[in-house]
Each structure stands twice: as C-alpha cells, then as structure tokens.
Design a protein around this ligand. Sequence first.
Ligand SMILES: N#Cc1c(-c2ccc3ccn(Cc4ccc(CN5CCCC5)cc4)c3c2)n[nH]c1N
Length: 247
Amino acid sequence: MRIDIISIFPEYFAPLDVSLIGKARERGILDVHLHQLRDWAHDVHRTVDDTPYGGGPGMVMKPEPWGEAIDAVLAADQDARPRIIVPTPSGVPFTQRLAMEYVAEPWLLFTPARYEGIDSRVMAEYGSRLCVDEVSIGDYVLAGGEAAVLVMVEAVGRLLPGVLGNARSAVDDSFAPGEMENLLEGPVYTKPPEWRGHEVPEILLSGHHGKIARWRRDEALRRTARNRAELLAALDPATLDKHDRRL
Ligand SMILES: N#Cc1c(-c2ccc3ccn(Cc4ccc(CN5CCCC5)cc4)c3c2)n[nH]c1N
C-alpha cells in the first residue's frame, strides 16, 4: 500500500517512523510519502491561506497550492488513482468498517488541512473523477487534520497482511465485523497470577478453552453494557443467546 500525505506540518508525521507502522515501512509493506504543501505556494511568503468569502471566523486554505500539490502526487503514478481522504469535523464517522474498506485500497492520499479547512472547490475538482471521502475521527474539534491522519493510518496500517504478525489477528478486534462487532473487549491479564493482592480470575488459569471463551464474551458484554450501552442495542438479537440475555 502507498500512502501520500500533503500537509503544512509534515514533521507531525514523525510517529509513522516508529513502532508497528515504522516496521511495516521498513519491511516494504507500507510506502509513505510526505509532502510540504508550501512547496506549491509560489509567493515569497509561501502563503496557503486567505480570508473567507462571505466573512466568518478564521482563514480558509487557498485552492491553488492544494490543486498543484494534488496534481503532483497524482503524477507519481499515472496508471493508478488514489482514494482521497479529507479529515474534517463534518465528515462521515471513521469506523473499523471504514478502516477495513481502506486497507483494500492500493493507494490512499490524505489531505489534512489547518485553519477552517480547504476551499471547497478543491475537492469538487477531484471529486468529479476520483473517490474523495470527507471523514471525521470523532465528535470533538481538533486544530487541524494531522492527528486524524495519524489515527487513520495506524488503524488501516495494522490491518495490512503481515503487519500484526501471527500472534495477533485483527479479526478479534472490538468493532471488527462479525460476532464480536459492536462488543468492547473484556479485561486482559498476564503473569504474575497474584499482584498486590489482586488475583487473576480462576477461569483463565483453568485451561478450559470453552469456558474461557464464554467468560470473555460475558465480560465483553458487561463492559459494553457499562461503557457503550448503545452498541448493545445494535447487536443482532441472533448473536445474543438466552445466556447472554441473563447478564
Ligand atoms: N477528522 C477530523 C476532525 C477535525 C479536523 C479535521 C481537519 C481540520 C482542518 C482544520 N480543522 C480545524 C477546524 C476547526 C473548526 C471548524 C469548524 N468551523 C466552524 C466555521 C467554519 C468551520 C473547522 C475546522 C480541522 C479539524 N476536528 N475534529 C475531528 N474529528
């Protein structure tokens, strides 16, 4: 998978050099290209913003630098077309299901903005011939889109084949489509068996895999009911057997 990111703060993406994503890049599973938007702002001050038409707070990012920058990225591979992902507070929710859709794409182009966002003509220009998604990572307001790109790149990158390794499968994730979809993970434990008077639940030491699976599902249901009751309502009744309903 190729990922391009255009930003006025490319240094914001230093975290993509480390850990899971950094290793995936070293192994050639992921190919990340960072671009400084100001390289396509040709005035002496490398200006990328201006006042909003119609008045209103803040500044809006000018269309010209973005248009030239996106054209330059598209020219990198004229036989392919990236899916463009625009982080914005007014976008569709970014979910595990959307991450699974994105991991199937060979090429993603992220356009994190600052100020009050990008002149709307930019995505109108590319939306006529490319897939352009406006996406939000949550119902709170950030100062720009870079943090959202870090979140999305990690959520998508960890799903790439070979990134998580054999020890872990994304299929077991919370929110992953399937039986565990809409269920939060339950508690996890490791050695020692007793720590400051706190013991590991006996069932987990029993070696009885069927009972352990049932206990984990019960705990997942309890935590979901406690922290995200609305997700329980979305659970397919067929996946809730009589035992679950007892909880
Ligand atoms: N993903 C995601 C995001 C973002 C996000 C993503 C990208 C940018 C680019 C700039 N900002 C700052 C900003 C702040 C307020 C507004 C609303 N204004 C009211 C009047 C006109 C707009 C628009 C932008 C961004 C914020 N915030 N929260 C998320 N989940």
